[in-house]
Write a protein that binds this ligand. Structure first.
Ligand code: HEM
Length: 433
């Protein structure tokens, strides 16, 4: 097709209306627009500007494998910069991104991951054993507590004591504000720089920084640094290519990034896994049987199907630094190209009966690189993808082996958008037995 010198079609709604719908019903807006305009369309969101949404796997591949100098993900995540800091992996691009990513990759490698298994299991068992039976119980807040505990212990290597209590409380309060649904519209409307000045935000950001910097300072002095395998210790010992160590501020920004990127997301994915499983008792029974037999294939497929059907994040963003041709359109510099995880995962041409929860589909065919994208892709693919899937497997294995789980209401839970993530509206309400 000959390139056309205009943007793909867009809904005939004002920017303000699109922003308001986006903030509450992002997946609905995506699906409706896909139905009306086809696999490529334009949305306009307040602070973000123009987004060209793509949902065809061939175009998604072009975006994920495109030149990182042209497709700026860091700039696309600009909204997070004042919260996570200038050095955060999420907000950097090009050489600074690659250099920081290289420092962060080793702690997430396979061998290291095995080292986190015991901690993950211990925390999961302790948490699950504390849950009440026979009464309606909302799992999402407990999943959050569990994933926060796991990330604090594996990332910071802080086990017990006052310091852990202070850190947990400060992080909880910061993360609660960050994921408060009421924050999204103001954040999109006035931009993060001014939000950063809002006193409740400032206080929380400063308190978290103070505590993280204290842990970093203590770790720099630790005599057993070389033997420790937590992520903070690995970063303290790491060196840039020029031989210089990471600064305190760099380490602070990356630790906070790991916490923010890794905790709410995994807790939400776990909540959805339970929400879907209990509404398909035959799948839950099969999972329990296989787990008890020591088989992991169905467990893995269940996690993959959950992340397909209920992706925690609906889109990823790449802002163009120069004009490109994509899908028959000449897109100008400055617009963002936005692969939609939600739309790719609901495409009936890729997934027959896309609305059905059927883990079996991933036993029949493994997930494809550009058709199963809950963790994004290319040089920006989620650094914690293996960490998250391992954590989900451990928690689900322990949960189904130890408890019966039934829904309080047979009706599926609908989506509820909390800032960036899509969560189950009733917080994964269950009755445990
Ligand atoms: C189910 C849980 C999770 C989901 C669904 C998820 C999803 C994502 C997505 C969609 C991206 C953007 C990728 C892109 O732009 O192409 C991302 C980036 C990232 N995630 Fe995750 N994530 C999860 C868990 C984690 C965990 C546990 C950690 C760390 C402990 C983590 C750390 C990161 C980091 C550091 C990035 C930025 C990578 C970069 O820009 O180079 N995530 N994640």
């Amino acid at each position: 097709m000959e390139a056309q010198n205009w943007l793909p079609p867009r809904p005939r709604m004002s920017r303000a209306v699109q922003t308001a719908i986006w903030a509450r019903q992002a997946q609905w807006l995506l699906s409706q627009s896909r139905r009306r305009f086809g696999p490529m369309f334009t949305l306009e969101i307040a602070y973000e500007g123009k987004w060209v949404i793509v949902s065809d796997p061939e175009l998604v591949k072009q975006v994920f494998t495109g030149d990182p100098g042209v497709f700026h993900a860091g700039e696309g995540n600009d909204v997070l910069r004042p919260l996570l800091g200038e050095n955060s992996l999420l907000v950097l691009d090009e050489a600074p991104h690659m250099s920081q990513r290289k420092l962060l990759l080793p702690p997430f490698h396979g061998k290291r991951m095995e080292g986190y298994e015991a901690t993950m299991r211990e925390i999961a068992v302790r948490e699950i054993e504390s849950w009440p039976t026979g009464v309606p119980y909302r799992l999402r807040p407990r999943m959050q507590a569990m994933t926060l505990e796991i990330i604090i212990e594996t990332v910071f290597g802080v086990h017990g004591g006052d310091r852990l209590d202070d850190l947990r409380a400060a992080l909880r309060s910061f993360l609660d504000l960050l994921t408060n649904p009421r924050m999204l519209v103001p954040m999109l409307a006035i931009g993060p720089d001014r939000i950063r000045l809002y006193p409740p935000f400032r206080r929380r950001v400063d308190r978290v920084a103070e505590l993280i910097l204290a842990v970093v300072a203590g770790r720099r002095r630790a005599a057993d640094l070389a033997e420790r395998d937590d992520i903070l210790s690995l970063l303290v010992a790491a060196h840039h290519e020029d031989g210089s160590p990471m600064s305190d501020v760099e380490i602070h920004d990356e630790l906070l990034t790991l916490l923010v990127a890794g905790h709410e997301t995994t807790a939400t994915a776990l909540s959805w896994a339970v929400e879907r499983l209990i509404r398909h008792p035959e799948k839950l029974a099969r999972l329990r049987e296989e787990v008890e037999a020591g088989e992991d294939a169905y467990l893995t497929a269940t996690i993959q199907e959950t992340l397909r059907l209920r992706p925690v994040i609906s889109i990823v963003i790449r802002r163009l630094t120069e004009a490109i041709e994509l899908g028959g359109y000449d897109l100008p510099a400055g617009v963002a190209v936005v692969p939609s995880i939600h739309l790719v995962h609901r495409d009936p041409a890729i997934y027959p009966e896309p609305e059905r929860f059927r883990p079996e589909r991933f036993l029949e065919a493994p997930p494809g690189t550009y058709t199963w994208i809950p963790f994004g892709g290319g040089v920006r693919r989620c650094l914690g993808a293996a960490f998250a899937q391992q954590e989900m497997a451990i928690v689900l294995r322990e949960l189904v082996a130890r408890r019966t789980i039934t829904p309080t209401d047979p009706a599926p839970e609908r989506n509820f958008r909390r800032a960036i993530t899509e969560t189950p509206r009733r917080n994964a309400e269950v009755v445990l037995g």
